[in-house]
Design a protein around this ligand. Sequence first.
Ligand code: URA
Length: 453
Amino acid sequence: MGTFDAVDVIGVKRDHGVLSPEQIDWMIGAYTAGEVAEEQMSALLMAIFLNGMDRAELNRWTGAMIASGERLDYTGLGRPTADKHSTGGVGDKITLALTPLVASFGVAVPQLSGRGLGHTGGTLDKLESIPGWRAELTNQQMYDQLSSVGAVICQAGAGLAPADRKLYALRDVTGTVASIPLIASSIMSKKIAEGTSGLVLDVKCGSGAFMTDIDRARQLAQTMVEIGADHDVVTTAVITDMSTPLGMAAGNALEVREALEVLAGGGPPDVVELTIVLARQMLASAAAQVEVRGVPGAGITPGSPQAVRRARELRDADPEQALRDGTAMDRWGDLIRAQGGDPVAPLPWARHTTDVVADADGYLATLSALPVGVAAWRLGAGRARREDAVQAGAGMVLHAKIGDQVRRGQPLMTLHTDTPERFNRAIEALDGGWTITAEPPEVSPVVLDTIGA
Ligand code: URA
């Protein structure tokens, strides 16, 4: 790799130019190694924030972020792989039921997840409310569990895309988080390094999400689908509504309970619908892998009768049936036990609850995701700083969804916490977060658009 002057590289992007592949590789490599100063990378990030990157630049930028660390490889497993990434929202517990559901069809699901920060919860925090369950696995343990159980949900190791960790921390303090190329490369570098060959992106749109505007959500989704294609990962995206919380629960153990309802064949209709939509897309991405590459590691070559049959099975798979007949629930039990958890142990409840009640008769017309997320966070379900602990039982349970008829005095939601002094601040967050009207409102669909399918 040649060496460059960081000031020259910054100047190219400042002047609306196109960075060369060599400049990109050098800049990311030297920054990760501590040889480019923070203020120089800050200036380049701001230039990218303002002037963007074209597809070839972004592809190279993402590749350089992946190359900053290790890239896991699951081709030896003898199964197609598929993963889902959500850009994060309130009450988004989809990963919990989706992972064992897709694994129950013989697709390996390497799900590297995070902890919550701010008003959106983290999958690892939710699972840690299960007694004994642990999030930290070595790469070898991950591989072994994918081979035996077919699914793993764990914390990303420090070796994956270390450039992203440094860049993300820098973006956070330089006003450069909300940039489509920088978000897209950050998410995709981690997902590609994780070793999945198929990826479904759930791009949330609405008050509780990063993207509040559908056009920007579409642009982010399209950008990530292109990065996936350019790195040989079969990638599709759905844009889903996050103007109102998903399901009826927000908070760690409360959300695990709701995921268990889904795995038992019940659960709120919006959570079930999104789980099924995403499962079908993951299965279709696994089928596409089998068609194009066969199944390396299982001796199935592309175009062979076995490949054709396996791809057809995956496309014809019925995820609703696997929820109804307990197949997905069995796989959940295997997944939880493999990571030290007890899937039948009682989940924790918070010690204190209080209700928020309807102030009129009518229809629930709005119930905004952000205030509900902030209330759950203030009740103790989330953390303000990375080192904070979360309460397993804290959060919000909704008793009505948009469009439901309600009566004055009826509980609309129940707040849960171990620390009742938090109730007032949580109730303040909910102020103006819902409205009741005399006429029934229009109810938004859960899936707003699909990209790349
Ligand atoms: N999630 C990420 O991992 N990176 C971003 O930049 C935004 C969301």
